[in-house]
Design a protein around this ligand. Structure first.
Ligand code: DC
Length: 232
């Protein structure tokens, strides 16, 4: 039997550092990276650009199936996301895109339409996948499943700092409220809710630096006998 291509999943709510952790792990291992949130965000952007109704499930599924989406990644550099041939990294990160992504991600038909796209990222020598349901639905047989958490206050603080660095003045209380609303929607939806897999390793990152989280993960990966791909 051919051994399955290895996968490490990094799930959790927004603002826990899972994107950065997943990216550092994929660089370290020389593996591919899947930012599944970027797929939901890209569909949200397409919805915005086409003025589509988020209640029109048939239209949403059609957009999801036809989504002209490409990822360009170079190890050590941020992944570039192209929607309809245009780089959309900046647009994907807006609060409105995140909120619409969270709303449309609660529709089972939309999730089903985007599933195969995510599975296709599983390519040799391995994949690090970040999202909400990577370990519970998309890659249930992953070798290691990490689930990152942090208090809503800490996550709002981090988001505030990120926005400030971009010159955007945001209200920290409003951010906390928005994070709470998104958590509730992602956790309480009927399909693929945000929950740790039974076999996930849970890491509370509230009082940890990114480097500490990374070292903790690397230690576990090393103990599991997973080695970095040196042929790159
Ligand atoms: O990780 P993110 O903030 O970029 O994700 C944006 C939204 O997409 C998130 O609020 C919920 C949805 N999402 C999802 O439902 N399942 C995933 N695997 C990834 C993201």
């Amino acid at each position: 039997m051919i051994a399955a291509i290895p996968v490490i999943t990094v799930d959790g709510p927004s603002g826990v550092g899972k994107g950065t952790t997943a990216s550092l792990l994929s660089n370290h291992l020389g593996w591919h990276l899947l930012d599944s949130g970027a797929i939901y965000r890209s569909l949200a952007l397409k919805v915005l650009k086409t003025d589509s109704e988020i209640s029109d499930v048939i239209k949403l599924v059609e957009l999801a199936e036809r989504l002209d989406l490409n990822f360009k990644s170079v190890i050590g550099e941020p992944t570039l996301v192209y929607l309809d041939g245009e780089c959309v990294n900046q647009e994907l990160r807006t609060e409105s895109c995140g909120s619409i992504a969270s709303i449309i991600a609660s529709i089972p038909e939309v999730r089903a339409a985007l599933l195969q796209r995510q599975i296709q990222f599983r390519q040799a020598p391995g994949l690090v996948a970040d999202g909400r349901d990577m370990g519970t639905v998309v890659f249930t047989d992953a070798q290691i499943k990490f689930y990152l958490t942090a208090s809503p206050q800490e996550r709002a603080k981090r988001r505030h700092k990120q926005l400030k660095n971009k010159g955007i003045d945001a209200n920290i209380r409003a951010l906390e409220k928005e994070i709470g609303a998104r958590d509730a929607r992602d956790s309480n939806r009927k399909v693929s809710p945000l929950v740790p897999a039974d076999d996930a390793i849970i890491i509370d990152t509230s009082d940890l630096s990114i480097d500490e989280v990374f070292r903790f993960c690397i230690d576990i990966i090393g103990k599991a006998g997973i080695k970095a791909n040196l042929n790159r």
